[in-house]
Every structure is written in C-alpha cells, then in structure tokens.
Write a protein that binds this ligand. Structure first.
Ligand SMILES: [Zn+2]
Length: 424
C-alpha cells in the first residue's frame, strides 16, 4: 500500500529526504490550480486554464534559468543550453493538457521532472555537452477537438492540416481557437524542431498497475503498443427460448461468448499482449428469444508488431472456426490499425543504467497507452521512463497518485541519465 510522504509543502520537514520529488509534487499542485471546472482538474486545448498553465510553466522555466519560447500551437519550450552553440539537442517532454476531471500527474510529471532536473543541474553548476530542451506539449489527450497529439505532432512536423477544421462542442474550429489566442495556423508547418536531435525522453506515470503490483517505483518502456480494432457482427437464427432444443440452435450471443473467451485465452499467452472486448450488444434482444444478432468490439494491442499480427490472425481464424461450428455468420470490419513504436535500445540501456544506479531493480514494460513520444518515433531515438501510480494504478481520474519518493527517484534517475549520456 502506497502512502503519501509528508512533504515540506505540508509544513513537515521530513520532506527533505525526497526534496526533488516534493518539489515536483508541489509544482504539480501549483499547475492544477488552473482548471476549467471549479472542482477537479480540467485543462483542455487553448482554454483560459490552458493558457494560464502555459504561462506558469514559462515562469518556472525562466526561474530555472532556461531560455524560453512558446510556439504557435501553445507548446512551451525551455532550453538549458550547452556551452557550444551548435551542439545537438536532447528533448525531455510530455503534455500539460488533461482529460476532464483529471489527475495532476498525467503528462505534467514529465515536464516538471525536466524542469526540476534543470534546476538541479544549474544549482550544481553542471554543464552538458548538448542542449536540453524541456518541452510542455499543449495537447495530447484529444479532448476538445477529438484530435490527440496536436502539440507533439506540430513539433515533430507531422501535423495534419485537415484537423484545423475539426470543431469543438460549441462549434469553434481548431483554426479559430488558434486565431482567438493570437496564433496563425499557417505557420504550424514552420514550427521549429531542434536540430540536430540527440533523442527524445519522456517521463510519465505508468497509468496502470504493473509497477505497483511488482513493488517497483520506476520502469523502462520497451515499446509503445500498436493496436488493431475491429467491429464484429454475428448473425444467428432467432427462435423461441422454450421450444428450440439446445442442439439445434444458432445462437449469436453464445458464439460471442466463445469469441470473448478465445480472445482472452490467446492474449493471455504472451506477455505484453492485450485483448479486450469492451462493447457487446444483443440488438433488440429479449429474455425469451434466442439471439439472432450480436455485435462486439475487439481491441488487440502489443508492443511488438509480429506478436500483434500473429494474435490478430489467430483470433480472426478462431472466430471463423466458431462461426462454422455454430452455423452463424460473422462479419469483421477493421476500424483502426497503428503500428507499435519501439523505444530505442540505446536509450533503454542508458535509462536502465541510470535507474539501477538509484538502487532500483530494472524492469522493462510495454506502454499500452499512447504517448507524445510516438510522434518522435522514426525522427530520433525515443526513450520513456515510467513512474509507479498508487491507488491500484488508476489514471485519468482525481484518484491518480504518486509518492514524493517515487517522483524523487524519477528526477534523480533522469539527472543521472543526463550527466552520463553519451552524446557522441
Ligand atoms: Zn499522458
């Protein structure tokens, strides 16, 4: 069971032991004061709360001695410069927007860890042979315009201009929202990406229970899972629940039950593979009628593309076998497919070494959730450090928690990673 450490912010000097972690938690509290709602934290793209959060981050970056700028989509960038002007750049980043009624650490932890590390670098007068750009991406969650990764896509040069016409619930388009805040959508394509890039590192809460379950504060992400999603429609034959013998039925819902079990069984066989049937309907079903139609969703994820493809192929073959045996027909429609994003072996190794030097056992894990790092995959080496979530691993909720000790270890590991990073 995780408990909150008393931090200096609570007027308790025991916080000294996890000073850097307490600093992160204090700053997360400070950012969380800017919210669209009076109770809880909601900070969506280009709202007044979002603008206030960006302004607060810029102040923190300036106070940490960084050179700062904000780009046209609201990304805030603070640079801790190398002595040599033309040095390469390492990005440390995550997002500062939130879901509705969010936790305080999703996204923000990664930005604040970067700022606190820079504060510590400056305090100890450490100069690095590369620039460190701490970036707060303006949008990752896709809440206001149903489009995720607006900030990181723009910086990575992967912004899709069609989404400028996407409208929020009030009918305001993304392009209009940018204009209202003084931005010019035409200059998105010119957003500067630091060059040459040494790599991209993102610290993020795990948003799941694996580290908590294993008693580990930190984990090294091996890959961000790719996924395939399907809509499955099963057609059987309706009949009277009392008159059709079991052996003569073609029950669409019973076929669905078997499919759910096969998804669970196939995906349990490989670590890092996940299969979920999150939607299941018997349209117009009745208590006394054998189901003639059943519809279900299928979501399969894995960190490795061959594992994903093999699982999906086996599941689709299995669905076909269930259909034949039961005399039902099945239509499957692919809704979405995204490839896994592997983390760079070089950065995984360097992060693992930094974690081990904190006396923490090294554990690699696949991220089942998407992160801004995906946008930089293929452009530069990416690496991610996960931090344990309390409360059963819950995220996207006010119940999301981390401890000061875990935040402290994350900052120390990041600091250690930077001072040992081979930039050549
Ligand atoms: Zn996040």
């Amino acid at each position: 069971m995780l408990t909150y450490s008393p931090c200096a912010r609570d007027g308790n000097s025991n916080g000294e032991a996890a000073k850097l972690g307490c600093r992160v938690l204090t700053l997360a509290d400070r950012l969380a004061k800017h919210s669209e709602s009076t109770d809880g934290l909601t900070c969506t793209f280009m709202t007044p709360a979002h603008r206030a959060t960006a302004a607060e981050l810029l102040v923190l970056m300036v106070e940490a001695g960084m050179m700062v700028e904000e780009d046209v989509v609201g990304n805030v960038i603070g640079r801790y410069p190398a002595a040599r002007h033309n040095a390469a750049t390492l990005i440390i980043a995550s997002h500062y927007d939130t879901v509705r009624n969010a936790g305080k650490y999703d996204g923000r932890l990664g930005i604040l860890a970067g700022i606190v590390v820079v504060e510590e670098l400056r305090r100890r007068n450490v100069s690095l042979p590369f620039h460190v750009d701490v970036v707060g991406f303006s949008e990752e969650e896709g809440v206001r315009f149903s489009t995720p990764f607006i900030g990181s896509a723009a910086m990575a040069g992967r912004f899709n201009e069609a989404v400028l016409n996407q409208r929020d619930a009030e009918g305001c388009s993304l392009g209009e929202a940018l204009r209202q805040t003084g931005g010019d959508a035409a200059s998105i394509a010119a957003i500067r990406r630091p060059s040459p890039l040494l790599g991209y590192v993102e610290v993020h809460i795990e948003q799941g229970p694996v580290l908590l379950h294993n008693g580990l504060p930190l984990g090294i992400v091996s890959a961000i899972a790719g996924l395939e999603r399907y809509h499955v429609k099963i057609r059987g034959v309706a009949g009277h629940a009392g008159t059709v013998p079991m052996s003569l039925r073609h029950d669409a819902a019973a076929a669905a039950a078997e499919i759910i079990a096969l998804v669970e069984q196939r995906c349990s066989s490989v670590p890092g593979l996940m299969g979920t049937v999150g939607q299941l309907q018997v349209p117009n079903g009745a208590i006394n009628v054998i189901p003639a139609l059943c519809e279900l969703s299928l979501d399969v994820r894995a960190g490795e593309k061959h594992a994903l493809a093999a699982a999906v192929a086996d599941i689709l073959t299995g669905i076909g076998a269930v259909a034949r045996r039961r005399g039902v027909t099945v239509e499957t429609e692919k809704l979405v497919e995204t490839a896994p994003t592997p983390c760079s072996p070089r950065l995984q190794k360097a992060l693992a070494a930094a974690v081990a030097r904190q006396g923490v056992a090294v554990r690699h894990l696949v991220s089942g959730a998407g992160h801004d790092a995906i946008m930089f995959g293929g452009l530069t080496d990416i690496g991610m450090l996960f931090v344990r979530c309390g409360n059963g691993g819950v995220s996207h909720s006010p119940l999301e928690t981390i401890t000061a000790e875990d935040a402290d270890l994350a900052v120390r590991a990041l600091f250690d990673f930077l001072i040992n990073f081979e930039s050549g």
